[in-house]
Design a protein around this ligand. Structure first.
Ligand code: ARG
Length: 572
């Protein structure tokens, strides 16, 4: 679509006699809501001033001078608008040829390899089970990572582990006291969480505990061997459990350097801020003023200790040097919006403008479960692994019912269960809260992951029945003109927008755009398949061309779902 806009813009530019940039023409090209007004429209009003003529006259002039490409069926002038009608045959041919040519590479772009994009995501706080919020984060971050990767950027995945802070002084104390009361072997993170809850309660009643915890953390910071050992144990068991989830989602990070890593890198930050004279005293603390609309950013607390923000600033400095990033994208819940605004402001004292301008915060809303036993547990906490297990179990039941003889049922159930969860998270705009209903997300009809996956499986079975082998296809033998029915053309046009959609998803950090697009593809495919017989088509040319359309739809679904992090089983 972007290519078509470029072509139109070029044609317009060549037809008018004035200096106007291609970009400014492209930005004005519209896609009319009503197809009666063309596939694309260009309003000539902004040219009126420059050319000192009326929009109607200009539109007429352009229409007379424009070189008619065979891409256009016709160009009409209406009320100062130029309406472009695309020649469907042309679009059908060029789109399908491209898809069968490129297959799993359809949608990929090259040329951005020298642009470094950091996507920092997941970043759970250790010694706690992975909860639903982190799960949403992980899925969203992975999709953003994949979007950049598909479009050819050099992408770096970072996991900024929450592995440092005063809470570990307290947890260590709890661990020392209660470790034998809980089954740490069996489920270490739940046990550690319970220990934390218990020692926190005690700390509320007993001042001494707070003192000990503070002391513990001080010792940790100074590198006390015994305490570091315990802390390291927390970290190891946490990573072990998180890695299970990452493996299941096929996620790899380039680095797990988290808050602890920056423990010895904060002095430089303080130094720089001091030298620039922006570090000011405020009620004993040291802060940086970040403008009138925000509270100042605390760098050192009144007791001299550093905080979360201080570590984040050290991370910006380190990442600029280590990765020379063009963008550094942080994925976190909306609660941290203020935090990131503050540190991005302070960052201008630490790194070059290029880096500071590349800092991006992508936030997402809350997740709640509708009802059911999973949400009634104390504190409404649901852990990701429980939810995943439950989703896979339910997916399996559905599949057994539908297709009892399916081979590899466990694997398919895993793909479908995970696909349902992931799709459900990604199909709503990231900033919206999600209240979700597991049964709803698993439906094979409706706007769900399984619905899109099922469309893919159907496509596969159609192609199998026809014994279709893409490797045996000679493009020259396809009669694209056969695809002329409305349902066929609409489906192809949708497929032709794939690249535009992934570009848009990427630049808006919004995988929901791609997810919703895939629902549209699946829906249009259904319409096409209901209206146009493929398997039983009498005319061999028509049958073959439709077969190609079926295959191409499968490619777009598979490539698109894979960007979202969702597998496409051949059968389900
Ligand atoms: N560990 C934090 C949390 O769970 C998220 C870290 C986000 N990244 C950052 N650089 N501060 O809320």
């Amino acid at each position: 679509m972007e290519k078509i806009k470029l072509k139109i813009a070029n044609a317009i530019k060549n037809a008018v006699n004035c200096e106007i940039s291609l970009d400014s023409i492209i930005s004005k090209i519209e896609v009319p809501k009503d197809k009666k007004n063309g596939d694309f429209a260009y309003p000539c009003f902004n040219l009126a001033k420059v050319l000192k003529n009326s929009p109607m006259n200009i539109a007429n002039d352009i229409s007379n001078n424009i070189v008619k490409d065979d891409m256009f069926e016709k160009i009409e002038v209406v009320n100062g608008f130029l309406n472009f009608y695309i020649d469907n045959n042309n679009i059908v041919k060029s789109t399908l040829t491209k898809i069968i040519d490129e297959k799993e590479n359809y949608g990929k772009e090259v040329g951005n390899e020298n642009i470094n994009i950091i996507v920092e995501y997941s970043s759970p706080n250790i010694a706690k089970p992975f909860h639903l919020g982190h799960f949403r984060n992980t899925i969203l971050g992975k999709a953003i990572y994949n979007l950049y990767k598909t479009l050819g950027y050099n992408v770096i995945a970072l996991n900024h582990l929450g592995d440092w802070g005063r809470q570990f002084g307290l947890l260590i104390e709890g661990y020392k006291r209660y470790k034998d009361e809980f089954d740490i072997e069996k489920s270490p993170l739940e046990a550690l969480l319970q220990i934390y809850v218990k020692i926190s309660k005690l700390a509320k009643e007993d001042e001494n505990i707070i003192e000990i915890a503070r002391d513990n953390f001080k010792k940790l910071e100074q590198g006390d061997k015994e305490l570091l050992e315990i802390w390291k144990f927390f970290k190891d068991v946490s990573l072990k459990e998180y890695n299970r989830i990452y493996e299941m989602l096929d996620i790899k990070f380039d680095s797990f350097n988290g808050e602890y890593f920056y423990n010895d890198k904060m002095d430089e930050v303080i130094d720089i801020l001091e030298k620039k004279k922006v570090l000011i005293d405020s009620q004993g603390a040291k802060v940086v003023d970040v403008g009138e609309n925000m509270p100042p950013c605390i760098i050192l607390k009144s007791n001299g200790s550093t905080i979360y923000a201080t570590r984040d600033l050290a991370a910006i400095l380190y990442r600029a040097r280590t990765y020379d990033f063009d963008k550094c994208i942080y994925v976190t819940a909306t609660e941290q919006i203020l935090h990131f605004k503050q540190i991005f402001e302070v960052a201008k004292y630490l790194v070059d403008e290029k880096y500071q301008k590349g800092l991006v915060h992508v936030s997402y809303g809350m997740i709640r479960l509708k009802t059911g036993k999973m949400s009634t547990r104390e504190g409404n906490v649901v852990y990701a692994n429980e939810l995943i297990k439950e989703a896979i179990k339910k997916a399996k039941n559905i599949i057994i019912n539908k297709n009892p003889n399916l081979e590899n049922i466990d694997n398919v159930a895993k793909q479908v269960g995970l696909g349902a969860l992931i799709f459900n998270y990604l199909k709503s705009s990231k900033n919206k809260d999600i209240i979700f209903d597991l049964d709803e997300t698993l439906r094979f009809d409706g706007e769900t992951g399984p619905y899109v996956q099922y469309t893919y499986a159907r496509i596969n079975s159609i192609l199998n029945k026809l014994n279709f082998q893409i490797n045996n296809v000679d493009i020259k033998s396809i009669n694209f003109d056969c695809l002329e029915k409305n349902e066929e053309v609409e489906l192809v046009k949708k497929l032709s927008k794939y690249n535009e959609m992934i570009n848009k998803s990427m630049s808006e950090y919004e995988p929901a755009i791609l997810a919703r697009y895939l629902i549209d593809v699946a829906t249009l495919f259904s319409k096409f398949y209901n209206e146009c017989s493929v398997i039983s088509s009498k005319d061999e040319d028509v049958k073959f061309a439709r077969c190609i359309l079926v295959y191409a739809t499968g490619i777009v679904i598979k490539n698109g779902l894979s960007i979202l992090g969702i597998d496409t089983p051949n059968r389900m």
